[in-house]
Design a protein around this ligand. Structure first.
Ligand SMILES: [Fe+2]
Ligand SMILES: [Fe+2]
Length: 141
């Protein structure tokens, strides 16, 4: 069973954000497959670095967008990102040190965290951004 399968049920109705979520899911799936295939740390490491870097860029992108529209739940949303950053970093450190079991923990954590975070926090952010764009487009026309 795939832990990371993006579907339209995960959409937050912002194409740019959906594309970033899809890319993170693909990297999660790549890491999961490598782990199932019995890959060692040397093989897992570059995928892991890519996954963490893509997630970081994505979090920063969302945080920039939320600040730009003065989103009132921005701090609450960022706290969720920060908690995930902290947990993922700690697990990555263990993997780097040769603890392969930490890779399984990271994948389980990320798959649940992404599902929950996208379905509530990112969806709320998506609605706010779409309203903002609609309102400002109406004003400009
Ligand atoms: Fe988010
Ligand atoms: Fe997101």
């Amino acid at each position: 069973m795939s832990l990371f399968k993006w579907s339209s049920a995960h959409s937050v109705y912002l194409p740019e954000i959906d594309a970033e979520h899809r890319a993170i899911y693909l990297l999660g799936d790549e890491l999961h497959k490598a782990l199932l295939a019995g890959a060692g740390v040397a093989h897992l490491q570059p995928i892991l670095v890519n996954l963490l870097e893509s997630s970081e860029q994505h979090f920063r992108h969302e945080e920039r967008l939320m600040r730009a529209v003065h989103y009132t739940a921005c701090a609450w949303h960022k706290r969720q990102h920060d908690a995930a950053r902290k947990r993922a970093k700690a697990l990555a450190k263990r993997i780097e040190g040769g603890d392969i079991a930490a890779a399984g923990e990271l994948l389980k954590f990320l798959s649940v965290w992404l599902r929950d975070h996208i379905s509530v926090a990112d969806r709320m952010m998506g609605a706010r951004l779409r309203n903002y764009l609609r309102f400002n487009t109406a004003l400009a026309s």
